[in-house]
Design a protein around this ligand. Sequence first.
Ligand code: ATP
Ligand code: MG
Length: 292
Amino acid sequence: MSDSHNHGPDVGLSSASLALGFASPGDLTPADCGDEILLELRGISKQFGDQRVLDNVDLTLHRGEAVAIIGPSGTGKSTILRIIAGLLSPDEGEIYVQGRRREGLIEDSPDPVGIGMVFQQAALFDSLTVEENVGFLLYQHSKLPAHQIHQIVDDVLDMVGLPGTGKSYPAELSGGMRKRVSFARAIVSNPENPQDRPALLLYDEPTAGLDPIASTVIEDLIRSIKGNNGCSSYLIVTHQDSTIRRTADRVIFLHQGKIQWQGPVTAVDDTDNPFVRQFFSGRIEGPIQLVQ
Ligand SMILES: Nc1ncnc2c1ncn2[C@@H]1O[C@H](COP(=O)(O)OP(=O)(O)OP(=O)(O)O)[C@@H](O)[C@H]1O
Ligand SMILES: [Mg+2]
């Protein structure tokens, strides 16, 4: 494991670092975070047309856990994140957030803790500048003065490796830059209300399309961001080997609607599970068939 797993970027207590949840006084180590179950899925199933994308999936995430969900394309990874975020209803099954059962979607009943999501597609507002995109929620929902929001956004753009891009429009950026802008937008929150920071973050392929160095910057940020409870708890969907190894403690392999394997990230090279072996070797022969 790389040393950078254990600490975040070298940032001081700027307003942006507070907005992102770095270095808050109540920080806990993963061991301190580990007891409470933050999220529990029981028997989750979801079907689109004839296709049963998720088939009776159980999943438990403890506070302070970093879990990667991996598996072939089209296997339901984004679907399970959208269900966890409360954006999509399962057909069957129950979702518990910090012990409380969720009824309906997130808009129907707010969860006891916030859940933030970095979407697979950048989904930026094309008519807004980078600064307006990243600061959108702060401009809309906080009483922070514009100059302070401007400073927070500048600092966050620095952290994702995009200094000086605030005045650009999304169409003027490369795909990888847009991806990092959407990442910045998803993780920024009001430093005056640290309790509003999400306790659980969901990342859907946050490093897809990024070069190896930009990926490392984002992976380190993912490791560093703390939720409102001082713990870093997240689920990350990724196909990228470096991201799996650098951001996850536990790995869940999803395929054909079911969890086919799960274990510590250190076990992915040792397991003889045929799904995991084929996935990491990239072999065409094996139990995973490419669906056209
Ligand atoms: N809203 C929807 N309506 C119909 N089918 C859908 C919908 N959302 C997802 N699907 C289907 O469900 C399956 C799983 O999609 P999902 O986006 O969860 O896959 P994924 O594992 O995230 O794939 P990738 O690695 O390519 O992002 C796919 O076959 C997809 O076509
Ligand atoms: Mg997906």
